[in-house]
Ligand binder design. Structure first.
Ligand SMILES: Nc1nc2c(ncn2[C@@H]2O[C@H](COP(=O)(O)OP(=O)(O)OP(=O)(O)O)[C@@H](O)[C@H]2O)c(=O)[nH]1
Ligand SMILES: [Mg+2]
Length: 359
């Protein structure tokens, strides 16, 4: 899972990134390339399973976070956005727009003042223009090819590309366009920016902790019904908190009125906007969390563990985490009737403990 933090210069991306990674040494303001860090997804359920099974190792799910360089004002008085930047952003599966809502004279906002809506719309528009440019040149090529050769592939793609371009010309991101399974498959390889799931993270200063939720509501209302998920965070405070031991951190969070760390908010949202969930495998060797799509089948879950398991799938032994904790062991789960054998079409639930039978 690759998640990119994008935004204007000095919006707090790196501060957020440091909070998420716990690595406080990276500081790349002014660098041209993204800094990438693989982070463990914390999961209390997995910790609990490890304490029960006492395996040789615990393997958490991981995500890769990309901290992109901020978009800066060019000499011409316009914010610079390069093709190199856009093409590396395209490699991410989901994007967080990091938007500034703090005042700090020592680091001026590149557009001169705080205006979250303007900043969000700026990013959205740039990504929209990039997708439009893609379809304009794609359509030109498709139409030219179509004159020579009317293949099925071109016949399928041409109307789709026209539909996408028309939608973008209405200033609508592609994620708001209704697409069927086949159309999605066709578009998947193009890494379109406005088709990516996004969320908006607004960075408030310590003085506005109390008013942040109301401000988020205002932003949401202005963006309208198709507004992406928006979360507040407090880069400066949370970076300070990240350096503390857990107990101390909880006390301070309460004191500041911050109820959930940026880390858990961002992770929760990432799973939500990407439509992901976790299942577990347990044993003496390892207890492990795996990430799959929300509607994944048991066979697909098996394939996530090992590609061979997909083809050789026989059955999945399934107990939900909550049932396992209630009953305490697999034999007790069997007695209680909550241990099941499921076939390959079974839809995995978040928190299922699976054991894949394969040949
Ligand atoms: N007062 C205040 N300062 C902040 C806050 N968040 C970030 N800063 C400061 O703003 C400056 C920029 O923060 P970064 O996290 O480096 O911002 P960035 O978005 O990564 O910046 P670029 O990579 O240059 O685009 C730093 O000096 C931070 O200490 C905040 O919530 N309040
Ligand atoms: Mg930075």
């Amino acid at each position: 899972m690759r998640i990119g933090l994008v935004g204007l210069q000095y919006s707090g991306k790196t501060t957020l990134f440091q909070t998420l990674s716990g690595n406080l040494s990276t500081n790349i303001s002014g660098s041209e390339e993204a800094v990438i860090e693989t982070m463990k997804v914390p999961d209390e359920r997995l910790d609990k399973l490890t304490s029960i099974f006492n395996p040789k190792k615990q393997v958490n799910a991981t995500i890769e976070i990309f901290d992109f360089p901020g978009l800066r004002m060019g000499d011409d008085g316009k914010v610079k956005i390069t093709n190199t930047f856009l093409s590396s952003v395209r490699n991410n599966e989901a994007l967080f727009f990091v938007v500034r809502h703090f005042n700090e004279d020592s680091v001026p906002h590149p557009m001169g003042n705080i205006d979250a809506i303007r900043d969000i719309q700026f990013l959205e528009t740039e990504f929209l223009l990039s997708d439009m440019a893609f379809f304009e040149s794609r359509l030109e090529k498709l139409r030219k090819d179509f004159k020579k050769l009317q293949t099925d592939a071109i016949k399928r793609e041409l109307p789709l590309a026209e539909k996408c371009l028309a939608h973008l010309e209405q200033e609508q991101p592609l994620r708001n366009l209704e697409l069927d399974e086949n159309e999605r498959k066709l578009l998947a390889g193009y890494q379109l920016l406005t088709l990516k799931p996004i969320a908006i993270a607004v960075n408030f200063d310590d003085q506005s902790v109390g008013g942040a939720d109301a401000e988020i509501e205002k932003i949401r209302a202005k963006l309208g019904v198709s507004s992406p998920e928006i979360v507040p965070f407090f880069a400066k405070i949370e970076l300070e908190l990240a350096g503390l031991a857990e107990e101390e951190r909880n006390i301070f969070m309460e004191e500041y009125g911050v109820n959930e760390s940026a880390l858990s908010k961002i992770l929760r949202l990432s799973y939500q906007i990407l439509g992901l969930q976790s299942f577990f495998t347990v044993g003496e060797d390892e207890c492990r969390a795996w990430t799959v799509k929300k509607n994944a089948t048991a066979q697909e879950a098996a394939g996530a563990i090992h590609s061979d398991f997909y083809d050789r799938f026989i059955r999945a032994e399934v107990v939900h985490y909550n049932d396992f904790i209630n009953h305490g062991s697999f034999p007790k789960c069997k007695e209680a009737g909550v241990w099941r054998l499921e076939g390959k079409e079974y839809r995995v639930s978040d928190g299922d403990i699976l054991n894949i039978r394969h040949n």
